[in-house]
Design a protein around this ligand. Structure first.
Ligand code: 5AD
Length: 461
């Protein structure tokens, strides 16, 4: 299997042909959807004749792919633009574009604060980027392209064009759905990415087939609420569990993952697919957000702690080795000590294998931003407490795994030690183990010898 990845010729897509016109640099913040969009941006720029630059200073074209989910990534993007100002002053021919969620949301402000920016492009216009770069190279007039397609009636027609001339990779992200219809009160995503639109099933399957042909073994299906996939397709409803089975059936695809499912829509058919289809991994990243029904109601999450608990119980009953991870927000408006204590209790009760934990960040324009905010220090202290609790639980879980064996897809050397290889188990635990470099792309069985907070160390058996 490993050889097929490196098969000569698999990289000879149109992308690499022709004369080199210059270099590009894409800086990415945010979620996997943004990472995937950045890969698309790279493909488009390579088709125009640009090759990757080592850093933004020397690049001819610099793209910022921004995130608005919290204030921090927005601040980072503005400070990055501040640095670019000097580079552009020194080399006025540099083209600078801003893409992603902050571009969608704050296009005019970005231009106003940074007049040297050549174009701002929204989340649904990634395929317009090659045209915008050409325009910037020729005319030097500012351009803004931030149209967001609305869903017309119940059927989707406006799906972003995709560049599928992708390069050979062991693991790939594949978007299956754009936008979000859930409107959680804390979340800016429905505004930045628009209404929920599902990609036609056949397009997804074709893209995965093509990925498998060039050596991809693992795909992660992406969407804001992936398991509501297929509701508004012209060809009629295709349930997420059916899509999982179709993707799992693509020859060469050994592992299928997905992120993130929405708890209320997590039904028995998906659990059965995880249980019954060997290529569908036993991992579920299911954002809980809070451990108290009052908080969940104020967040407009459409489930309760007990209905979430029922899904966890069903999943663990059918798939005993499932890895369960989650997202939690602390310091949501009005969060009382008692409500927060419920969240801590729920962490002890569900014992997640991993959690992303965030301090609530008010997003202008969302309902929660106008609710009464809580003290910032209280929120920080709660976040610390939550993180400590979850870290203790994770250490306990990992200590219990010494001696256990996991199937791991070998991805390559660890960043710190080139003699150790790394990869994920089916249930999404990170493992480090000594192995030769040509094990890359192989499925191996690793026996755990050492538990850590971040994952496990072991030996290949
Ligand atoms: N503040 C803090 N965290 C947020 N998230 C989404 N919006 C906010 C916000 N305003 C978190 C949620 C979501 C994850 C991707 O980011 O936990 O699941």
């Amino acid at each position: 299997m490993a050889q097929s990845l490196l098969r000569p010729g698999t990289l000879s897509s149109p992308v690499r042909r022709g004369t080199v016109r210059g270099t590009y640099f894409v800086q990415t913040w945010g979620c996997q959807m943004n990472e995937e969009d950045s890969e698309q941006i790279g493909l488009y720029l390579e088709e125009l004749g640009f090759v990757p630059a080592a850093n933004p200073q020397e690049a001819h074209v610099v793209l910022l792919n921004t995130c608005s989910v919290r204030k921090k990534p927005e601040d980072k993007a503005f400070s990055f633009l501040g640095e670019l100002r000097a580079f552009k002053a020194a080399r006025p021919e540099m083209v600078i574009g801003v893409a992603g969620c902050m571009a969608q949301l704050r296009a005019d402000e970005i231009k106003h604060r940074n007049p040297f920016v050549d174009f701002v492009v929204g989340t649904a216009q990634v395929s317009a980027i090659p045209g915008l770069v050409e325009e910037a190279l020729q005319s030097r007039r500012f351009a803004k392209r931030t149209d967001l397609p609305e869903r017309k009636g119940s059927v989707v027609t406006d799906i972003p064009q995709r560049n599928v001339s992708r390069t050979a990779k062991l693991k790939a992200f594949v978007p299956i759905q754009y936008g979000c219809d859930k409107f959680c009160t804390f979340c800016i995503v429905p505004t930045t990415r628009g209404r929920e639109r599902s990609r036609p099933t056949e397009d997804i399957v074709q893209e995965v087939r093509r990925l498998a042909e060039i050596g991809t073994q693992e795909v992660t299906l992406l969407g804001q609420t992936v398991n509501s996939y297929g509701k508004n397709l012209a060809e009629g409803r295709v349930p997420f569990s059916k899509l999982l089975r179709l993707i799992a059936g693509v020859p060469g695809i050994r592992r299928v993952r997905y992120t993130s499912p929405y708890p209320r829509d997590f039904k028995a058919d998906v659990i059965e697919a995880i249980r019954d289809v060997p290529q569908v991994m036993e991992h579920c990243h299911m954002p809980l957000q809070a451990g108290h029904d009052g908080l969940l109601a104020r967040m407009k999450r459409l489930y309760t702690v007990e209905s979430y608990a029922q899904i966890v119980a069903d999943l663990r009953a059918e798939v005993p080795n499932v890895g369960l991870t989650t997202d939690i927000i602390v310091g949501f408006p009005g969060e009382t000590d008692e409500e927060f204590q419920h969240t801590l209790d729920v962490m002890e009760r569900f014992r997640f294998d991993g959690a992303f934990m965030f301090k609530y960040s008010p997003r202008p324009g969302t309902p929660a931003a106008t609710m009464e905010q809580i003290d910032k220090q209280v929120a920080s202290d709660r976040l610390d407490k939550l993180i400590k609790t979850q870290q203790r639980i994770q250490c306990e879980i990992n200590e219990g795994l010494v001696g256990r064996e996991f199937e791991v897809l070998v991805e390559g050397p660890t960043p710190k030690n080139p003699n150790l290889m790394q990869g994920y188990s089916r249930c999404f635990r990170m493992l480090h183990f000594p192995a030769p470099a040509d094990f890359r792309g192989e499925l191996v069985t690793v026996k755990v010898t050492e538990p850590h907070l971040w994952g496990l160390v072991g030996t290949v058996v």
